[in-house]
Design a protein. Structure first.
Length: 338
């Protein structure tokens, strides 16, 4: 395979070349507002297979199908309920994936063998330009552009670091605006259920639908992207610790001479011995959930690259606006607490 190369922030000629590469059965990494995706033309079965191979992704773990125009929703899905249309009209383009019965135009190899499909229209201009360039009634099947089960990429450099030259083209769209994956909502049987919290909050969904929305991120029949209990993992062991016990836990790790990165948010009074310790390194994150999400994956990747023995993360606030962040950290920490 040819060496991968960056676009210059997705200039038109590079986007045209990327679309042509997709038509020929290639694989392209591209930016969305959530994270970077690893995409293939949905009509190219060998290219879709290539995505699973590159990521090390199980074949029964479905991909999200990205397309460009709301008017084409009924081309990719069938039996679309009114509530799904309301959500699509309000939040697309944007970080919302809708689970619907798939149409005949969606191959089973993109859905993990299920008769349902996750659909979304991304908001990032490069993603939309790429889809438009690909053509009418065309779509890109894409998971996040990372090794399966590990941290998603939010910059083109993250993709390059992970895959090197194994991807044909990497379109560079800068740092992702949202920084976490899309919210996945099941619209099956006219019920609205959040299967994965993400870039659209539950309160936003409820405000638009004018009804309560069920949250069911675990133990469900429908397989979706990012649904495994252990996911979004760092290489370095990660532990979530509540504020009241955070500094006692840090002291314990210090006494055991474990080099630890401590990720905290908001304002804290830190003991001078801990502040000056060569074993403890504090990272101060924003206390705003939107800004925290934007920086989370980049921060965790940076810490992985600094050879810490442990990452200690202060538990996020127990409120709905932090739900997606709590979800990602919980899944990441589960890898080390089985």
């Amino acid at each position: 395979m040819s060496k991968s190369h960056y676009s210059d922030l997705g200039t038109p000629n590079k986007i045209t070349r990327a679309a042509e590469n997709l038509r020929k059965g290639g694989v392209v990494a591209f930016p969305t507002e959530t994270v970077y995706g690893l995409g293939a033309d949905i009509s190219q079965p060998e290219a879709i297979k290539k995505i699973f191979e590159i990521k090390g992704r199980p074949y029964n773990h479905p991909l999200i199908v990205h397309f460009a125009k709301l008017a084409e929703l009924d081309f990719w899905a069938r039996n679309i309920p009114q509530k799904a249309l309301i959500l699509a009209e309000h939040f697309w383009p944007g970080p919302l994936t809708l689970i619907l019965p798939k149409s005949k135009h969606v191959p089973l190899n993109a859905t993990g063998g299920q008769n349902t499909v996750g659909l979304r229209i991304p908001r990032h201009p490069i993603a939309l330009q790429l889809l438009t360039e690909l053509g009418s009634h065309k779509a890109i099947a894409a998971p996040s552009a990372n090794r399966f089960g590990f941290i998603s990429p939010t910059t083109a450099d993250h993709v390059k670091e992970t895959f090197g030259d194994s991807i044909d083209i990497i379109l560079d769209g800068g740092h992702c605006e949202v920084g976490l994956e899309s919210t996945i909502v099941s619209c099956l049987d006219n019920e609205i259920t959040v299967l994965r919290p993400g870039g659209i909050s539950v309160s936003q969904l409820e405000s638009v639908l004018k009804q309560r929305v069920t949250i069911q991120p675990h133990n469900r029949v429908i397989r979706t992207s990012g649904s495994l209990v252990s996911h979004y993992a760092t290489i370095t062991p990660l532990e979530i610790c509540h504020s009241k016990s955070l500094f006692a836990r840090a002291c314990d790790l210090q006494q055991r001479k474990i080099r630890t990165a401590i990720v905290i948010w908001g304002k804290h009074e830190i003991d001078i011995q801990q502040k000056t310790s060569k074993l403890l390194h504090y990272i101060f994150m924003p206390d705003n959930p939107i800004e925290f999400a934007q920086n989370l994956y980049t921060t965790l990747r940076d810490l992985d690259n600094k050879n810490f023995q442990q990452i200690l993360v202060e538990a996020p606030p127990d409120n709905p606006e932090w739900l997606a962040i709590t979800d990602r950290l919980t899944r990441a920490s589960h890898t080390f607490h089985k």
